[in-house]
Design a protein around this ligand. Sequence first.
Ligand code: ADE
Length: 227
Amino acid sequence: MKFDVLTLFPEMFAPIKQSILGRAIENKLIDINLINIRDFSENKHKKVDDTPYGGGAGMVMMPDVVYRAYQSIAGKSNKGKAGGAKVIYMTPQGKKLNQKKVEDLSKESHLIILCGHYEGIDQRVIDKIVDEEISIGDYVLTGGEIPAMVLMDSVSRYVEGVLNEDSINEESFSNGLLEYPQYTRPEEFEGMKVPEVLLSGHHENIEKWRKEKSYEITKMKRPDLLK
Ligand code: ADE
């Protein structure tokens, strides 16, 4: 899976190179290419934004600079034609991300992710290149970088070889339910014991207990998922 990220703040993406995704990058299962939009400013001060037409607060990212950054990876294409890549714009106006969407996106081989900053991006370049707008929730962040990391992290988990298959099948949301509780050593912690059934070695009973717990926890914490 290849991710091209168009951003004004490539340094913000350091966390994604740690841990499981770091290993996935090393093993060439995923490739994250950060493109600094500022490198495509033709202004001698490397200006990338300007005041909004019609007035108002904040600054707007200029369409030509964003477009040149996009063309550097996609050539002279319009939306839907970036060599098979899907172009995603991270914005609170987008469709809210969920596990189903994450799984669908993991079937793509190449995603181009556009991160906005300031008051936003000139609408014309959005209209020209973006295939899909995605939000990570109903709250506003200072930019699209953290949402882009959320998207890449959640999608990468579905890329073959990044996780072992069982983790995907057993985790929360994978079967529409939240995951059952987990325990490890020691057998007793602060007077609390590990549920007896998990020590029994009886696989059928363990599976039954886990299914019941999954249902119980979902009913208690996220009854909306049962509808
Ligand atoms: N940019 C700012 N807030 C965002 C959000 N909630 N989702 C995606 N991109 C954003």
